[in-house]
Design a protein around this ligand. Structure first.
Ligand SMILES: CC(C)(COP(=O)(O)OP(=O)(O)OC[C@H]1O[C@@H](n2cnc3c(N)ncnc32)[C@H](O)[C@@H]1OP(=O)(O)O)[C@@H](O)C(=O)NCCC(=O)NCCS
Length: 219
């Protein structure tokens, strides 16, 4: 069902099944796979499974709402066996997305994850965040209205797919005349930071915890 594919040695668009791994447009049926990949890469690219009692909270913040709200902007990587092994999720308009989350996404999750339930500190931080989400500053969204999250399992890393995912999104955003795109990355995820810098992103905010917001202008 893939619409486009990316070869190992070349990023030219090719016909499906000529090369693997492939990229394909995401669908809502990918939510479980995206949740699993998010957990398996959720600790600065390493497996975060054991760090949380409810590791699905990671995807509920940083992947599932994007896929639910705008599947057309999201892309799945499938590995050599045809299994989802990576994704990019995104939104064109972060302000509108955060408003949508407040109306549609957070209310049922606030009921499912009450603040008062005893849980590990890391889980509690994510639960508190869904009850009181951090809204992105206008100083970021004015110049970089879109945002993205990208995560690939180790077996599909370093094969040009991260660049292909970003290139596809950049094309989609330019078609929609979106001025810029931003992302958040932990200050200790040095590999991802170097990847983003290589693809034209630069730090626009350094947060109190050392995390970076990086942006890339598109127009
Ligand atoms: C970070 C990540 C998205 C990069 O994707 P990738 O598929 O491994 O990267 P690619 O193979 O597409 O690399 C694209 C380009 O970036 C360069 N690059 C990749 N990592 C780099 C690094 N650490 N330093 C410098 N350049 C780097 C590559 O050399 C390549 O250059 P070229 O296209 O000019 O030849 C991927 O490794 C990943 O998902 N990691 C785990 C999860 C994670 O940390 N996600 C980010 C959370 S904010």
């Amino acid at each position: 069902m893939a619409v486009f594919a990316v070869g190992r040695a070349s990023l030219h668009v090719q016909h499906y099944s000529e090369t693997v791994p492939d990229l394909r447009p995401a669908a809502l049926s990918d939510l479980d796979a995206v949740t699993a990949i998010c957990t398996l890469t959720g600790d600065d690219g390493s497996d975060a499974t054991g760090l949380y009692d409810s590791p699905e909270l990671l995807a509920l913040h940083w992947a599932s709402p994007h896929l639910t709200a705008a599947p057309e902007l999201c892309t799945i990587v499938i590995d050599d066996d045809g299994v989802p092994a990576g994704y990019l999720v995104a939104t064109t308009d972060t302000v509108a997305f955060e408003q949508w989350c407040e109306r549609m996404w957070w209310p049922p999750l606030r009921a499912r994850y009450p603040l008062q339930t005893p849980r590990r500190d890391r889980d509690q931080e994510l639960v508190e965040l869904l009850h009181s989400p951090d809204l992105t500053s206008a100083s970021v969204t004015d110049a970089f209205p879109a945002h993205l999250h990208i995560n690939l399992l180790p077996q599909v890393q370093g094969r040009g797919l991260g660049r292909a995912l970003i290139d596809r999104l950049v094309d989609q955003l330019r078609e929609r005349t979106v001025a810029g795109v931003h992302l958040g990355v932990s200050g200790t995820n040095t590999r991802a930071i170097a990847f983003y810098e290589h693809l034209g992103f630069s730090a626009i905010v350094v947060e109190d915890d050392g995390g970076l917001i990086m942006g890339r202008r598109l127009l």
